[in-house]
Ligand binder design. Structure first.
Ligand code: GRF
Length: 221
């Protein structure tokens, strides 16, 4: 991918099923010029998703596509491909449905997901939302955190791009832990997307290397 510039930001589609606070963090990072991207589409499976309101406020095209509305997986795939046709990268931000294989393959190494735990622990099918944090507490973990990873064919198994940790305290409830993890998500997701936009991610097997920034140091401007 050609690195994004101020004139040519990375065209991003965001998929969300829930409140859309990660979408909000992405949009804030773009507005603050910390992320050279433009959100060209917001896709959801739920008509009530909060992400829709956030997108509408900024005039971003939205697509409400419940998989059950489609006669076949093929028809669902086609419609998702059409909805993302303007995008060169995809950010999954709390999207709860499985992304069909053809759509994943349309964005090779350019589809990211954020998960509210330190993968590979506490991930996989059915591990989302409150359940993740409840499982972390029940297991007695002393730290948890958030993971941004590349999306592959399975749930939560793709190469890890970025992680950050929070301490789990003995007073934590799933809700209190979720809140602290979400704050970390809002920091690392725009950062990881920024690396993608700057074309700084290099995949070696399942190791993601981050190339140094090619931007001129402010000292020499
Ligand atoms: C986040 O915790 C994210 O890690 C997970 O779903 C949640 C979405 O939250 N995949 P929001 O809709 O961005 O507020």
């Amino acid at each position: 991918m050609i690195p994004a510039s101020a004139d040519d930001p990375m065209r991003l589609a965001v998929f969300a099923s829930g409140g859309g606070s990660n979408l909000g963090a992405i949009l804030n990072a773009i507005a603050a010029e910390r992320l050279r991207a433009r959100v060209v589409a917001v896709v959801t499976d739920r008509p009530g998703a909060g992400a829709l309101e956030r997108a509408a406020e900024r005039g971003i095209p939205t697509h409400v596509l419940p998989p059950s509305d489609f006669d076949s997986e093929g028809a669902f795939e086609e419609t998702l491909l059409e909805a993302t046709s303007e995008a060169e990268a995809v950010a999954l931000a709390g999207y709860l449905k499985k992304i069909p294989g053809r759509v994943v393959r349309a964005f090779p190494h350019r589809m990211l997901n954020i998960h509210p735990a330190l993968l590979p622990a506490f991930g996989g099918r059915g591990m989302y939302g409150r359940r993740v944090h409840a499982a972390v507490i029940e297991h007695g973990c002393k730290i948890s955190g958030a993971t941004v990873h590349l999306v592959d064919a399975a749930y939560d198994t793709g190469p890890i791009v970025m992680q950050d940790a929070v301490t789990v305290t003995s007073n934590d409830t799933p809700e209190s832990l979720a809140k602290r993890v979400l704050a970390v998500e809002h920091t690392i997701y725009p950062r990881a997307l920024g690396l993608l936009a700057e074309d700084r991610l290099r995949l070696d097997g399942r190791i993601v290397h981050i190339r140094p920034s090619s931007r001129t140091s402010p000292l020499f401007r």
